[in-house]
Ligand binder design. Structure first.
Ligand SMILES: Cc1cc2nc3c(=O)[nH]c(=O)nc-3n(C[C@H](O)[C@H](O)[C@H](O)COP(=O)(O)O)c2cc1C
Length: 220
């Protein structure tokens, strides 16, 4: 499942995919997402940009009853409908050790003739030391930003595949990594994404109200 690259979207209407995304909190519980499609969506989501191409994201897909029971132990009660009815809950973690695989990634790109020797040297001598000497705070912030971008990309990709989503951070983040056997010192919880097809009879009551645009920008 490593190299899936099918690019077959059921919804190719860019305007609809972007502008008509809304959080869905009640899903059709009978819908299962095949693992190869989930992996494809994750692969597509990882086309998201990341700082220095560090790709400091980790996806944990929870789609079993046992897994969902674990979610109930640390998610806030108001998020139970999404846990109970979604096809899957996709948990995004930022990897603060991502820079440790950085050398291997770029060496491979050089070996595959995707980049020049000069580019390889530049990357390894300019970017890598920044992370090797970075504070935990910076590594956490970078990993969180990378993962949040991948999360947004995943939610739009999901719409391309005909699914709807709800981003969720209403949970006890202290327990998030350890519940899945991840090292809490390395992996920072960023958000969960409930994914599935909307329940036909239960329309969401919460509308996506936005501030008037003039309140949120300025030019200089
Ligand atoms: C980081 C983040 C955390 C969120 N956490 C929750 C949550 O715990 N439960 C929930 O129902 N919605 C959650 N939301 C969804 C927001 O309420 C929703 O995106 C917002 O109201 C705008 O509505 P829209 O997604 O329909 O455009 C979260 C959204 C983001 C981006």
């Amino acid at each position: 499942m490593d190299n899936v690259q099918k690019r077959v979207f059921t919804n190719n209407d860019f305007q609809d995919v972007i502008l008509d995304r809304h959080s869905i909190r009640n899903f059709d519980p009978s819908v299962k997402i095949p693992h190869d499609e989930m992996v494809q969506m994750i692969q597509e989501a990882t086309t998201a940009p990341s700082a220095c191409n560090l790709q400091a994201w980790r996806f944990v897909v929870v789609d079993t009853d046992e897994g969902k029971q674990k979610l109930r132990s640390y998610f806030m009660k108001f998020n139970l409908p999404q846990i109970n009815t979604s096809s899957a809950m996709v948990l995004l973690f930022g990897d603060t050790d991502a820079y440790k695989s950085y050398r291997e990634l770029w060496n491979k790109a050089y070996t595959n003739k995707q980049i020049t020797k000069a580019k390889l040297e530049e990357v390894l001598h300019t970017f890598l030391p920044i992370y090797e000497h970075a504070s935990k705070e910076m590594l956490t912030a970078d990993a969180s930003i990378d993962s949040a971008l991948a999360a947004m990309q995943f939610m739009l990709i999901a719409r391309g595949h005909g699914y709807e989503t709800n981003p969720i951070s209403g949970y006890n983040s202290e327990n998030a990594a350890a519940t899945w056997g991840l090292d809490p010192n390395r992996y920072v919880p960023v958000m969960a994404i409930a994914i599935g097809r909307p329940a036909p009879d239960k329309q969401d009551e919460v509308s996506s109200v936005r501030y008037p645009v003039k309140q949120v920008y300025e030019f200089h």
